[in-house]
Ligand binder design. Sequence first.
Ligand code: DC
Length: 221
Amino acid sequence: MIAVAIDGPAGAGKSTLARAAAKKLSFIYADTGALYRSIALNTVRNNIDVSDSVSIEKMLEKTEIELKFINDEQRVFLNGEDVSDKIRTSEISMAASAISALPAVRSFLLELQRELARKNNVIMDGRDIGTVVLPNAQVKIFLTASPECRAKRRYDEYIAKGKQENYEEILESIKQRDYNDSHRAIAPLKAADDAVLVDTSDDTPQQSVERIVKIIEEKTL
Ligand code: DC
């Protein structure tokens, strides 16, 4: 099996590019952020404070998260319910960033992610895929782009879905999440030593996809 790890900050284009590259190469695309978001959704639904690690740990004993691939599209199930669309809000983004700092949450999701890579040729995106989840991945890519560029992309995504959001607030939230994600004690967002750095600020999506596919082909063919 071939594993490609794509890590990077929020809004660097990971999911769009990883999905497109996976399609070109006939790999499955696994978006690990959706796993953290599902746990965040469960936390919010149960009225548990995102910093209340004791209650979250108890909640995890009764939490089942499953990834399914339907028509090549990943869907995430929380206790049997497809929550793939419900996890895409600003509230859940912030909550996911907070709960992802908890060791119990990270270890709860670790095996599920490794299992996927054992069974499939996969492009997996996240924050710690190349460093922690799949340290032996054949290809590791660290995607970045300026915070302003990433905020604009998120803003455009929300608007395209008909959601009312404010650019300045998204930018602030992205900077806050960058800080949280890179300063947490366990599995912080950082490039693996053997990752290829790709800055997508000045690329069109097509150009970035081509760059990524080329890197993957060079490393695996
Ligand atoms: O990629 P995303 O925006 O959907 O991720 C949501 C949050 O989940 C992000 O702020 C940090 C966390 N996360 C993580 O800690 N490790 C991962 N592999 C993926 C996401």
